[in-house]
Ligand binder design. Structure first.
Ligand code: FMN
Length: 372
């Protein structure tokens, strides 16, 4: 056994060679004292004997487990497992034993009195001079306090995340409610039921889902769509509530509900409001370029605006207005289909018709006066 010269005792120093018996005895005594002084548990198991019994355990192991050294010698270490035989650390440990390799694992062991404790085990194979595997050495450090601290931290983090999620959800709900009420404030001028914006929002979201939008984005579109007519808040009563046909000048004023709505929503750093701005501005554009306010053509019109345009017109057609009766749903659907490629994006129309074939939208109800 080789020992670093600095570790030799006075008696050792007198010896010319480390293989001299007196030196070996001193080295063994030192090793024994060292492992007895160690604060980590040290065990040696003999793999030449049946069932890998312990042939050595130091006092720290005894102290940690509550078993006397005499009680553990000759036993396989599995007596520490309690009922925890499937824990991940053991799976790794068994694989290392099968492979004759080493491992470092975290184990949930049990003391003699049954109390569990956490143990970091570093295990390594020991080979003889011929390279044959003869023993395993295990160095075991109790880390119960650390694992409990980590668990407490984990629980505290989970609780914190739960609270943040709950607060965030409440904040988002408050934002949505505020937007809905803003939409209702605008709508209350020409529709005291306040149902048009809600229906257009729901239909737009369903339409977006039909077009393959992810559910979250489709839901956001539905939320933003309720604000499509928010600009009507700035249209004078004389125009907005006029029972008869509008003059060209009045119609020009009416058309400013798009730019006016966009102006109310402009400059936000929130994606939802930016989307609402694009919808307010774009929902009267037409696929063929004859819409307003910008006369955009085809795909130049933001898709959100193209979707809301179909939802808005269908809802307007199927509900009574001061200047018209509610159309039968079949007629309204035929009109939407007829406008594919003219007023509406053909792809959005196709999705709308497919959607209608599957799920019928809310039924038509008589409406108070309303002007588009
Ligand atoms: C050096 C050494 C230390 C070990 N220490 C532990 C231990 O602290 N806890 C434990 O459950 N198993 C320990 N084992 C593993 C068991 O003794 C046993 O060999 C292993 O779990 C496979 O048997 P099993 O499939 O019946 O569980 C140790 C094995 C060796 C070789």
């Amino acid at each position: 056994m080789l020992v670093h010269p600095r570790l030799r005792t006075g008696a050792d120093r007198a010896t010319p060679t480390p293989h001299e018996p007196r030196h070996l005895a001193a080295a063994l005594r030192l090793h024994r004292r060292a492992s007895e002084a160690a604060t980590a548990g040290i065990t040696i198991s003999d793999c030449r004997l049946p069932d890998l019994p312990l042939i050595y355990a130091n006092p720290a192991f005894s102290h940690m487990t509550g078993y006397t050294i005499a009680e553990v010698i000759g036993r396989n270490c599995r007596f520490l497992q309690g009922g925890d035989t499937a824990q991940p650390g053991l799976v790794t440990l068994r694989a290392a034993l099968r492979a004759g390799g080493d491992c470092a694992v975290l184990l949930r062991n049990h003391r003699k009195d049954g109390t569990p404790f956490w143990n970091e085990l570093t295990m390594a194979p020991v080979r003889d001079e011929a390279g044959t595997l003869t023993h395993y050495i295990g160095i075991q450090t109790e880390v119960t306090a650390r694992v409990h601290a980590e668990e407490a931290l984990h629980h505290a983090n989970a609780e914190l995340e739960r609270r943040v999620a709950a607060r965030t959800a409440a904040l988002v709900a408050a934002q949505y409610e505020t937007l809905d009420r803003l939409a209702r404030a605008a709508e209350s001028r020409d529709d005291d039921t306040g149902q048009h914006t809600a229906r257009v929002g729901a239909t737009s979201a369903a339409l977006a889902r039909e077009l393959g939008w992810p559910a979250e984005e489709a839901d956001r579109l539905g939320r933003a769509a309720v604000l499509h007519d928010v600009g009507k808040i700035g249209i004078p009563d004389g125009v907005l509530l006029k029972p008869g046909p509008l003059t060209p000048a009045e119609f020009a004023v009416m058309r400013t509900h798009t730019t006016g709505g966009a102006a109310i929503l402009a400059g936000s750093e929130h994606a939802l409001l930016r989307l609402a701005e694009a919808i307010a501005l774009g929902h009267h554009e037409r696929w063929d370029g004859t819409g307003y306010p910008q006369g955009l053509v085809g795909a130049a019109i933001p898709l959100a605006g193209r979707i809301v345009a179909v939802a808005d017109v269908f809802d307007a057609l199927t509900h009574a207005r001061p200047y018209k009766v509610a159309w039968p749903v079949a007629d309204a659907l035929a009109e939407i289909a007829r406008q594919a490629g003219r007023q509406f994006d053909p792809a959005v129309v196709a999705a709308f018709l497919a959607l209608r074939r599957r799920d019928a939208p809310p039924s038509a109800s008589p409406r108070r006066r309303r002007r588009r």
